[in-house]
Structure formats: structure tokens, C-alpha cells
Design a protein around this ligand. Structure first.
Ligand SMILES: Cc1cc2nc3c(=O)[nH]c(=O)nc-3n(C[C@H](O)[C@H](O)[C@H](O)COP(=O)(O)OP(=O)(O)OC[C@H]3O[C@@H](n4cnc5c(N)ncnc54)[C@H](O)[C@@H]3O)c2cc1C
Length: 396
């Protein structure tokens, strides 16, 4: 199996391929794996797969396992709803709700891939043109130190090369580029022992405001607090390349956004030493299985179905994709293109639903007026029944 991209999706897919009895070759353009990203939440739909892959103990060492999720008004600080996590999530779904640093999840998958010993991981290797033939797929790869691309061949290719996927561009010619949503994430990590006691937290808190929301949760066993402020912002330099997504940011942006917020939220914002700003892009929900696979090529993760992070499921869906790839690859008696077709058929409606819900959450989370009133009233009446999502957390 050739895999383009060594992010969460690419490494999870390498693990799944090897578990299905295949050998994997991963081509990653970055010369080294860096500590990119910030916090991630992983619902039990994703952690269940990591447990099945015997990664539960490693996850337990790196992640935090919050006892509850609390939704609060950003303006007044009032609690709008609560969802029990911790042991309750275990009981309901047979796996934990975890919060962790993206680099820790990536490192965990990387260590597992290396321990398996059946994956060749090529860093500094940028993929180019792909060609499908009846019995093989050929991929041009240019290594950093080489002026010329070389061609590699495999039985199949997975495009796990993220939002701006080159594999997708070739698989789906004429496909428009990702949507630039006009939403931004200001992200920060804070060392909890250095924070005043009132600002430390071991739970997930989601603060809902007009045109914005903020999320905080512990990572690295609770030693650090991940804090992200998600805003709708008009951008003065809108013509800048949307690929410049992860940039240093002055504190004025989040400060201005949280001007009218309650004191604890503003205090947390003031405690941030360093912000990074991410431009959020997505694509409309997948509309047909043909988007996910054709012939010997399949797309997974953000290459297949990028979404706003408002359901906290981008990495979770990449892990689910990888697990499904593992299932279909294990079907020895079936042609490879048929196996990938089956992957697409199994996955497209679920990922489309998650994409659509993520977009809808932007409207609901950032609502004002009657919609906000209705949202808050529904949360007060329905409580956990509204915040829990069995369709999502119980798996496909
Ligand atoms: C603010 C924010 C918060 C988020 N929160 C959550 C959350 O709480 N929970 C959750 O599950 N998800 C969350 N996500 C989403 C999650 O981070 C992504 O969905 C996930 O990381 C996608 O993984 P991927 O492997 O598909 O893509 P990527 O992580 O983008 O990996 C793609 C890889 O391909 C490589 N690549 C690209 N082009 C080439 C090429 N030509 N040749 C070779 N290699 C190439 C890249 O270098 C990269 O390593 C969040 C995202 C954001 C922005």
C-alpha cells in the first residue's frame, strides 16, 4: 500500500494496513515530524479503535480523561448544559472520551508504526503525479535531496495528504478547492501549574457567544490546558494564500473578540502567553461514494472530508477511515478496486453527516436572537440528551 501523507490519517492507515496483512509505504513531504497543532478531543468512536489496536495503555499515559463537558454562556458565564464523561462514557460506549495534544497522538501512532516494523516511512518525500493501471498504481515521489522524481508502484494508494490533497486533485479533476469559511481559530496552550487556581481546569468547557465560541480542556495528563477561541472575522488581507493557515497571532484578535465576555473567560484570555491563528477551511459534505475512492486509489481524513472543528471529529473520522480501510483490505478474495469501493460505500454517508453537523454547529454555537434563545432553552430542558450523540459515539 502506498500512503501519501504521514499525519494522523496516514499513520493510522499504515497501522491498519499492516494489521490486515499488507505492507505499507508512507511518503511525507515534511523533512521531520514537528510539534504541530494543539489540542484534540477524541470521542469514544475513535478511542475504541485505538484500544482495539492495543494502544489504550499508551493513550492513558499521554491523554487526559475529563469527567464532564460543560456548556456555558460566554457573556454571562451561566451554565447552559452538562454532559457526564469519564466513567459514564465508558459505560455507555465501552471506550473513553480523551483530550490530548495532536503531537502526542501523532507520536503514539508513529511509535506503534515503528514497533510493527512493516511500514517504510519516507520523510522529505513529496508525492506528485499518479497513474492507475489495471493491476497497479504508480506514484511520482520527489525526495528532498533529489532533483528528479522517481516512480514507485503499489497495489493501491491512499491519499492521506490533508486539506490541500494532491491525490484528490488528480482523482477528482475539476473538483473546486476547499472553502475558505471566514472562521478562524486562535489556539493556545497554558501550563496549568502556572495559572491561578481559579483558571485551572480538568473538564471540557465550551463557551458560547454571538459570532464566536471558545473551548478549553486539559491535555498531557492535565499538565497543560488547551484553549481555543473560534471566531467569525473579516480579514483585511483576504487575498493572502489560504494555505498559510498556522500563523503567529498578536493577542489583540482574541482580546477584541472576547471584549464582552464574562470575567473568567477574559481572565483566561489574558493569561495566554502566545497565540497561533488558524484559518478554517472545509468542503461541502461528501455527496457520493465516488468522492472517496476510484479504482486503486482512496482518500481518507481531511483529503476526503475536511470539516470545521465544531464537532471535534476531524482526526476521529480519519482514524475511523483507517479502521475501515483495514477491514476491506483483509477481504483477501476480493479485487483491490472492489475493496476500496466497499470502503467508500461504508464511509461516505457517515462522514457526510459529521461534516454537515460540524457546519450546523457553527450556526448553533454562534447564534444570536431567537435561535440562541431556543438553543439555550432546549439545553435546559433536554440537558444530556441534547449533548450526548449516540449516533456518533457508538460508531458506524
Ligand atoms: C482548530 C482545530 C481544532 C481541531 N480539533 C479537533 C478535535 O478536537 N478532534 C478531532 O478529531 N479533530 C480536530 N481537528 C481536526 C484534525 O486536526 C484534522 O482533521 C486531522 O488532523 C486531519 O488529519 P489528516 O491526517 O487527514 O491530515 P493532516 O494532519 O493535514 O496530514 C496530512 C499530511 O500530509 C502531508 N502532505 C501534504 N501534501 C503532501 C505531499 N504532496 N506529499 C507528501 N505528503 C504530503 C502533510 O505534510 C501532512 O503531514 C481540529 C482542527 C483544527 C484546525
Amino acid at each position: 500500500m502506498l500512503i501519501a501523507g504521514g499525519g494522523i490519517g496516514g499513520l493510522a492507515a499504515a497501522l491498519a494496513c499492516v494489521r490486515a496483512g499488507w505492507r505499507a509505504r508512507v511518503f511525507e513531504s515534511a523533512p521531520a515530524f514537528a510539534e504541530v497543532g494543539a489540542g484534540l478531543q477524541l470521542g469514544p468512536n475513535a478511542t475504541r479503535i485505538l484500544h482495539r489496536w492495543d494502544l489504550g495503555p499508551a493513550l492513558a499515559e499521554l491523554a487526559a480523561f475529563p469527567e464532564r463537558l460543560e456548556v456555558r454562556s460566554a457573556a454571562s458565564g451561566r451554565t447552559l448544559g452538562r454532559l457526564r464523561l469519564g466513567a459514564d462514557t465508558w459505560r455507555r460506549y465501552g471506550a473513553p472520551y480523551a483530550t490530548l495534544h495532536r503531537a502526542d497522538l501523532h507520536g503514539l501512532l508513529h511509535a506503534a508504526v515503528q514497533a510493527q516494523g512493516e511500514t517504510a516511512l519516507h520523510l522529505g518525500s513529496r508525492i506528485g503525479a499518479l497513474r492507475q493501471r489495471a493491476d497497479v498504481v504508480a506514484l511520482a515521489v520527489r525526495r528532498d535531496e533529489q532533483p528528479q522524481a522517481t516512480e514507485v508502484e503499489g497495489d493501491a494508494l491512499l491519499g492521506a495528504d490533508g486539506l490541500w490533497s494532491g491525490v484528490r486533485a488528480q482523482l477528482l479533476p475539476g473538483d473546486p478547492p476547499p472553502r475558505v469559511t471566514g472562521q478562524f481559530a486562535y489556539r493556545a496552550l497554558l501550563r496549568q501549574p502556572a495559572l491561578p487556581a481559579a483558571l485551572r481546569s480538568s473538564q471540557v468547557t465550551v463557551w458560547l457567544g454571538t459570532g464566536l465560541h471558545a473551548v478549553q480542556y486539559p491535555v498531557r495528563g492535565g499538565e497543560w490546558l488547551n484553549f481555543v477561541v473560534l471566531v467569525e472575522e473579516s480579514e483585511p488581507g483576504a487575498a493572502t494564500d489560504p494555505r498559510g493557515w498556522d500563523l503567529d497571532a498578536p493577542p489583540e484578535g482574541p482580546r477584541a473578540a472576547l471584549q464582552g465576555a464574562c470575567a473568567p473567560l477574559r481572565a483566561l484570555c489574558e493569561a495566554v502567553p502566545h497565540w497561533r491563528r488558524w484559518r478554517l477551511c472545509d468542503r461541502p459534505p461528501v455527496a457520493a461514494p465516488e468522492t472517496l475512492a476510484a479504482g486503486r486509489v482512496a482518500l481518507i481524513g481531511d483529503a476526503a472530508h475536511p470539516m470545521l472543528p465544531y464537532l471535534a471529529q476531524g482526526a476521529g473520522m480519519a482514524i475511523e477511515d483507517a479502521a475501515e480501510i483495514g477491514h476491506v483490505l483483509a477481504m483477501d478474495a476480493v479485487d483491490v478496486p472492489l475493496r476500496l469501493r466497499r470502503y467508500a460505500l461504508q464511509r461516505w454517508q457517515r462522514v457526510a453527516r459529521v461534516q454537515a453537523r460540524s457546519t450546523r454547529n457553527a450556526r448553533v454555537f454562534h447564534a444570536s436572537g431567537a435561535l440562541r434563545w431556543g438553543r439555550d432553552a432546549a439545553m435546559a430542558v433536554l440537558g444530556e440528551r441534547l449533548l450526548d450523540m449516540p449516533w456518533l459515539y457508538a460508531g458506524q
